[in-house]
Design a protein around this ligand. Sequence first.
Ligand code: ATP
Ligand code: MG
Length: 247
Amino acid sequence: MTAVLTVDGVSRLFQSGGERIAVLDGASLTVEAGEMVALKGPSGSGKSTLLLIAGALDRPDDGTVTVAGTRIFPDRHAEPALRALRRRSIGFVFQKANLVPFLTAAENVELARFIDGAPRPEAKVRARELLTTLGLGDRLGSLPSRLSGGEQQRVAVARALANRPALILADEPTAALDGARGRQVLELLKVAAAGGVGVLVVTHDDRALDLFDRVVSIADGKVVSESEGSPAAGRSNAVTLSDTEHP
Ligand SMILES: Nc1ncnc2c1ncn2[C@@H]1O[C@H](COP(=O)(O)OP(=O)(O)OP(=O)(O)O)[C@@H](O)[C@H]1O
Ligand SMILES: [Mg+2]
């Protein structure tokens, strides 16, 4: 197996009052290509902090992080190189879809390709393919305000997949959705994992844990293994994102 994310001995201290508190204290975690991992833990335990560090959006005080074969911490890279890595190798999905409100569903996905330097026709084809695969083929020209929360979140998943990332980092992507719509979004991430992407999802929703290969949680600043996912979490997906490349 190929690790697409390796977090090793990561610590992150925050100032609280006069004290420095270690939110992460030697946290270690690996996500393999093709694997979907759930990250759980109480509010304030450091889940979002860990995801931000994994995405090079925050810096650890100690430890090493490697994404898609590139060591990102300790720093060997200038910010432009980290930006390129984020753009190419990592797809982010947050609690809110955060789509650009004056761009259509298709244009929101195309934008991710443009920013990575893709020519316009290629970006359009990619956006159409992805949105069609994600069940939004009839919503390409819709503005976000005309889409339901679940549809907006599917566009956000398409945007995250646009540049064929090795790793998807999702922070409570289903929190704003009802059970069925939330599950649908996780199923899409599962299909991406079946196509070779490593997927790390912060989730509070225990109803969908069967979709994960592995469940880990944060306790006392460390990542502890909770379980292997259910056998039903295997890779027998009928649907595949055929053009999602293996990293
Ligand atoms: N930039 C920051 N400056 C100071 N403290 C911070 C900062 N970011 C996070 N914290 C603190 O670190 C702790 C962990 O925060 P984090 O957002 O990672 O938790 P979480 O597990 O994602 O919680 P939740 O489930 O509520 O989203 C919290 O106590 C938070 O207040
Ligand atoms: Mg959080």
